[in-house]
Design a protein around this ligand. Structure first.
Ligand SMILES: Cc1cc2nc3c(=O)[nH]c(=O)nc-3n(C[C@H](O)[C@H](O)[C@H](O)COP(=O)(O)OP(=O)(O)OC[C@H]3O[C@@H](n4cnc5c(N)ncnc54)[C@H](O)[C@@H]3O)c2cc1C
Ligand code: SF4
Length: 521
């Protein structure tokens, strides 16, 4: 990658400008740079620090070391008042914090999509190669057909993972090794040391295969310019095309202070939004593009899975070696509600307990000290249930609220349906059985209320009346505007979204490269 400084940004016309460097944006930057296009990747966060503090539970999970400067209002579960949050902002997006689970959607998950599993399959294989996924084909009882094995075999089961595997198998289930994007056997250095602070943390040594270690390192450095600590504020449309963007440059020393930043006007021949399923609709709404969206779906149909953590106290220390044991997945009941709900049920995955100081801070009121003392004896499972796209779940702009840069603040409004909660409860009941079989004595369920799996707010569709994007993820109304983050997904499916976002970004990048080659951009 080239450093941004020597490039005269304002007087350059890039082929493609990408907003946001998560799974979607970084992957598109990688693919388009290798297609010979000049790419500018604009990311509001800075680079990961990769120092000792990146593995400090308090600094990362409680104090918000990577908290961005852009506020977000969240009103969920029928709350009357919105709560102000500051989502993380960093080069690599949420890939920097993700747990590495890299599962494909199943053939049945594509029933309401404008493309089929077969259309995405070659891109899934390419995405697994890009992310250097470690897994073993053929073990997942409802896994979709594959044309290639995983690039690397999985790590042998750790003791806590073996405990879950054996308990699930004893119940007649078919647990298997979760495909994971962590560098155990890849060619690059460093390799994973299997520490305890992985899911939710940046990897201090860079062994997690996040976007900074994969797509951005593998991109063509002569074609890609990365502008970090710069936020795309709005897009300008003229005569049926995007003609430029305004960027708030917070690289420091700018007049008005770092919070407001210097304003830059940048332009390209094509534009890709990948600011995440909360950020992309906010950016499109701020740019007054809703008036061009005939479906009325822009910002709507927000999904985030209906997730819960189930923890059981065991009569022994569950992970005395303090290793990362996010290694097991259970999909046996994935299709069990398809006929009634039209969705998947979802999956159960092994996960590590958060560090003790985090358990103490987030534990149930009145039991915090006890919870932190028993933390070493707790083992947890994560339940990921599919949730439904509902128009009332949405990203909108809060009236009369401006952020430090003078931009309207985005507001998220979300409630689960009864069916979403029922699917989660079914998974929780199964997770309880597994943990009890493994030797757990007393259980506690924690519902997850984050938007870490947000998708769906600019869905792609077969017609412009049904969705915001065409099947190539191009905004129906403007030929040079694309979206490649999780916003494009019309349904959330029952597995973690990152591999699907990466595969789709490779698919869309190939379409964009073709359009450039044909001279139609
Ligand atoms: C703790 C945690 C664990 C997770 N574990 C898993 C897992 O194991 N497996 C899995 O599949 N998924 C996991 N996820 C979910 C996964 O990380 C997300 O689904 C995925 O990152 C979404 O990718 P994206 O490209 O849509 O957006 P993001 O990764 O959210 O990237 C969006 C980027 O855009 C930037 N941005 C936003 N607005 C602007 C703007 N206006 N200008 C410039 N930049 C902007 C943001 O700073 C961010 O870098 C996890 C998420 C979290 C938080
Ligand atoms: S478990 Fe491995 S990849 Fe994850 S943070 Fe630790 S060293 Fe990094």
């Amino acid at each position: 990658m080239t450093a941004a400084a020597p490039v005269d940004l304002q007087n350059s016309v890039f082929d493609v400008l990408i907003a946001g460097s998560g799974f979607g944006g970084a992957t598109a930057a990688y693919a388009l740079s290798h297609a010979g296009l000049r790419v500018l990747l604009v990311e509001r966060g800075g680079w990961p620090n990769r120092d000792e503090t990146d593995w400090n539970g308090r600094a990362i999970l409680l104090d918000g070391r990577y908290r961005g400067e852009t506020p977000l209002l969240v009103r969920q579960e029928g709350a009357a008042e919105a709560v102000e949050t500051f989502p993380n902002a960093v080069v690599g997006g949420n890939s920097v914090f993700f747990g590495g689970a890299t599962l494909r959607l199943r053939t049945t998950d594509f029933a309401r999509w404008p493309i089929s599993y077969a259309d995405l399959e070659p891109h899934y294989a390419a995405a697994e190669a890009l992310l250097e996924v470690h897994g073993r084909a053929g073990e997942d009882p409802c896994g979709p057909p594959r044309t290639a094995d995983y690039p690397f075999p999985p790590l042998a089961l750790t003791r806590p993972a073996r405990r879950i595997y054996d308990a699930a198998a004893a119940l007649g289930l078919h647990p298997f090794q979760l495909p994971i994007a962590i560098n155990h056997f890849g060619a690059r250095e460093p390799r994973c040391i299997n520490c305890f602070t992985c899911d939710g943390f940046p990897c201090r040594i860079g062994a997690k295969n996040d976007m900074t270690q994969t797509a951005l390192k593998k991109a063509d450095p002569t074609r890609l310019t990365i502008l970090a600590r710069a936020e795309v504020a709005r897009l300008f449309e003229r005569d049926g095309k995007i003609v430029g963007v305004e960027v708030i440059d917070r690289r420091g020393g700018a007049e008005g202070g770092a919070a407001s930043g210097r304003r830059l006007k940048l332009s390209a021949r094509a534009y890709i939004l990948s600011a995440g399923a909360l950020g992309t609709p906010a950016l499109m709404l701020r740019s007054e593009l809703a008036r061009l969206d005939q479906s009325g779906a822009l910002g709507r149909n927000l999904m985030r899975h209906c997730n819960a953590m189930v923890g059981y106290v065991f009569p022994f220390r569950t992970n005395p070696e303090a290793v990362n044991h996010k290694q097991i997945c259970i999909t046996d009941q994935y299709e069990s509600v398809r006929a009634s709900d039209g969705t998947a049920l979802g999956v159960i995955q092994d996960m590590c307990m958060p560090p003790r100081e985090v358990v103490r801070a987030l534990g149930p009121r009145g039991f915090r000290w006890a919870a932190s003392l028993s933390a070493a004896s707790i083992q947890t499972l994560l339940c990921v249930a599919e949730d439904e796209p509902r128009p009332e779940n949405r990203v909108t702009l809060a009236p009369h609220r401006l952020d430090g840069g003078g931009l309207p603040v985005a507001e998220v409004i979300h409630d689960y349906s009864d069916a979403d909660r029922r699917r989660r409860a079914t998974l929780v009941a199964l997770a309880r059985r597994v943990l009890r079989r493994a030797g757990g004595l007393i259980g506690k369920v924690r519902l997850i209320d984050s938007f870490s799996h947000a998708v769906g707010t600019a869905r792609f569709s077969r017609s412009r009346m049904e969705g915001v994007l065409d099947p190539d993820c191009r905004f129906w109304a403007l030929p040079n505007l694309y979206v490649v983050d999780g916003s494009f997904m019309p349904t959330s499916g029952g597995v973690n979204p990152s591999l699907t976002i990466t595969a789709n970004a490779l698919r869309v990048a190939a379409r964009i490269a073709d359009a450039f080659a044909r001279g139609s951009v």
